[in-house]
Design a protein around this ligand. Structure first.
Ligand code: HEC
Ligand code: HEC
Length: 281
């Protein structure tokens, strides 16, 4: 009897030891993995002899580890590009950070995020440059065309792009077919879902919500139907704008529903522009 108890205890101890060992091994393994991948990338850049000295200073440029390391590999930035990003960062801090926040992460009801992967992947440089130059009339987004030189605006865009995580699809998105949806149906969806955050007339923050002024020409005149469609489909990570085609969204909209909404936004934009013009008279 005693013997059996002892054997059981020893068996348990053995199992415990083995599983502890496994656990520590597996954590050691994953550490080894990251070590070896680190080594691999070191060898990779070291094999590029000439460039070692050049790329070294850009390492200091890499923002806090909060951003995943693959965002911008320092080895990929040429010294010129790195200098451009650095000057863009400074210009951003001086001119934009008060509203768009550090690292342009945005703040609901104050200014949108400019560094979420979805926006960066569908926004062309032209979209960024023209939005920064002209601002968005009737919203807090100022026009910088007078205060900043074109080169300075380009530097800011380079800084924003340094946060890019997904491949840029702006050319493809902007060449998508225009919407042939039914604005009357779109109006229904808009009123039902979108107006809560974007305002009943799509007037954005001034309506008290967290969404931008998607019914105004400051936004609508700069974007393609494809841009709007993609944003409604996929949303924007780390913001309150969720995608509307997955079950995690607030509603599961079909491509057709989304095209109806795009068509409605175009109508709404014209209506709002006319109302603004009438007010000016
Ligand atoms: C006074 C606050 C303020 C400042 C300063 C400001 N912005 Fe904005 N920005 C906004 C707001 C608010 C919006 C959204 C406007 C709307 O409702 O459509 C916006 C929108 C944008 C957009 C469009 C983003 C999108 O999701 O479509 C870009 C790009 C942008 N700003 C860039 C900049 C840059 C670059 C600077 C500095 C040179 C800057 N902004 C400075 C408030 C500001
Ligand atoms: C829960 C709030 C919420 C709802 C509901 C919502 N949005 Fe948004 N939407 C946002 C926010 C917030 C942003 C800007 C992201 C940011 O702040 O960085 C945004 C951004 C957008 C943009 C990009 C605008 C720009 O300035 O670049 C479009 C287009 C858009 N939403 C369309 C829609 C449509 C269409 C609907 C309805 C089907 C909708 N949204 C529903 C919160 C919302």
């Amino acid at each position: 009897m005693n013997m059996i108890v002892r054997m059981v205890v020893m068996g348990l101890v053995a199992i415990l030891l083995v599983s502890c060992d496994n656990a520590s091994n597996s954590s050691k393994n994953s550490k080894d993995d990251s070590d070896s991948s680190k080594k691999a990338s070191e060898t990779l850049s070291a094999s590029n002899h000439e460039e070692v000295a050049d790329t070294a200073p850009t390492a200091a440029l890499q923002p806090k580890p909060k951003h995943s390391p693959e965002t911008t590999s320092p080895a990929k930035l040429s010294p010129d590009q790195a200098a451009l990003v650095e000057s863009g960062k400074e210009l951003f801090e001086d001119n934009c950070e008060a509203c768009h926040q550090a690292d342009a992460i945005g703040k609901p009801g104050t200014a949108p995020s400019l560094t979420n992967p979805e926006l960066l992947s569908i926004a062309s440089d032209k979209f960024f440059i023209s939005t920064i130059t002209d601002g968005r009339e009737g919203t807090p987004m100022p026009a910088f065309g007078e205060d900043l030189k074109p080169d300075e605006i380009k530097a800011i865009v380079a800084f924003l792009r340094s946060h890019e995580k997904l491949p840029n699809r702006s050319a493809q998105v902007d060449s998508e077919a225009e919407s042939h949806g039914d604005p009357r149906l779109g109006k229904f969806w808009f009123g039902d879902i979108c107006s809560t955050c974007h305002g009943v007339n799509g007037s954005g923050y001034e309506a008290g919500g967290t969404g931008t002024a998607i019914g105004k020409s400051g936004f609508l005149s700069k974007v393609s139907d494809g841009f709007i469609r993609e944003t409604v489909k996929h949303g924007r990570s780390n913001t309150r704008m969720r995608g509307f085609t997955k079950s995690y969204g607030l509603a599961n909209l079909s491509d057709r529903d989304i095209d109806d909404i795009v068509a409605y936004l175009r109508v709404l934009g014209k209506k709002n522009a006319k109302a603004a013009a009438d007010e000016d008279e």
